[in-house]
Design a protein around this ligand. Structure first.
Ligand SMILES: Nc1nc2c(ncn2[C@@H]2O[C@H](COP(=O)(O)OP(=O)(O)OP(=O)(O)O)[C@@H](O)[C@H]2O)c(=O)[nH]1
Ligand SMILES: [Mg+2]
Ligand SMILES: [Zn+2]
Length: 287
């Protein structure tokens, strides 16, 4: 189901039906009573009468029933932002949706730059997150992405100008999405995509184009245990000396030992510490 200017576009076996919200659904009149990705039931007069229970929901962009979140960046123009990749991974774990990472515009860099990026993202292996290098202009790596997301619902997210609409036009094998320019001076995108759209893939499945975001926040993590739970690689076999260890300053910490040994990535551990400090000072201390 896709939504545009008060209309709801429902797809059934390749057909699109323009529908309206009626009755009880409309009365509740909430922004999230019927959203992109919803599975719905509609009557003969094209009124949506029922929204089925959702597998999951994310709020920015507002979409439901997602199988994968693509975290898309470009190798350059705009520049790859490693901190933001980590924040986005944290968000997808928070929403319990499997992330994958796409680095686009590899036509603009050298082979050794790709190796460097792989190196910087080496910790993805331990997290079981797949990494794809693509170029939409040179048609590199698109088939791999295509077979990965077949028959699934995949939301594409990432900053403006990284080529989300460009790759989606290739994946769905038609040009339906407007592609923007990246500003020469600012090396930033221009926020070409304004709405969240669900698109059908010929091979099966759906993709969701979303407007590029300019900032991403940490999710609503309520306490340090919730934060730790979003770092799956911290579940090591050894025990910390203290059963309530939060892996920050405690002696005999198994997580810190694993970082020392190189079993847990130092970058990821330092990212954890930054999140901890930030959440503590900006949120938890204010509760
Ligand atoms: N060199 C190169 N340029 C690309 C590639 N993919 C996309 N671009 C260019 O990057 C610019 C932005 O592409 P879009 O697809 O509009 O980016 P977007 O992520 O959808 O941006 P927003 O809709 O603003 O969020 C366009 O000028 C594209 O032509 C690529 O693989 N290589
Ligand atoms: Mg776009
Ligand atoms: Zn510990």
């Amino acid at each position: 189901m896709t939504k545009m200017q008060g209309f709801y576009y429902v797809e059934t076996q390749g057909q699109i039906h323009e529908c309206r919200l009626r009755g009880i659904l409309k009365k509740t009149d909430r922004k999230d009573n019927c959203i992109v990705g919803d599975v719905v039931e509609f009557s003969e007069d094209h009124s949506i009468t029922k929204v089925f229970e959702r597998k999951n929901i994310i709020h920015r962009p507002l979409v439901a029933n997602i199988d994968y979140i693509v975290i898309q960046f470009s190798a350059i123009d705009p520049k790859l932002d490693y901190e933001r990749i980590n924040v986005l991974i944290l968000n997808s774990y928070y929403y319990k949706i499997k992330p994958l990472i796409i680095i686009n515009k590899i036509d603009l860099i050298e082979e050794e730059d790709i190796e460097e990026i792989k190196n910087n993202l080496h910790y993805l292996k331990a997290l079981d997150i797949d990494l794809f290098f693509v170029s939409t202009t040179e048609n590199i790596g698109i088939e791999e992405v295509s077979s990965y997301i077949k028959d699934r619902i995949t939301a594409f997210g990432g900053p403006s100008g990284v080529g989300k609409s460009s790759i989606l036009n290739l994946l769905q094998k038609s040009v339906t999405l407007k592609v923007g320019e990246t500003s020469r001076k600012l090396k930033r995108g221009k926020h070409t995509t304004r709405a969240t759209t669900l698109l059908h893939l010929k091979e099966g499945g759906f993709v969701i184009d979303t407007p590029g975001f300019s900032s991403v926040d940490l999710p609503e993590i309520k306490n340090v245990q919730e934060l730790i739970d979003l770092f799956p690689e911290f579940s090591v076999d050894e025990q910390c000396r203290f059963s309530n260890c939060i892996h920050v300053n405690e002696p005999g910490c198994a997580v810190k030992d694993a970082v020392e040994r190189g079993d847990i990535s130092k970058e990821r551990y330092e990212f954890f510490l930054r999140c901890y400090e930030k959440l503590k000072t900006e949120r938890w201390n204010k509760l």
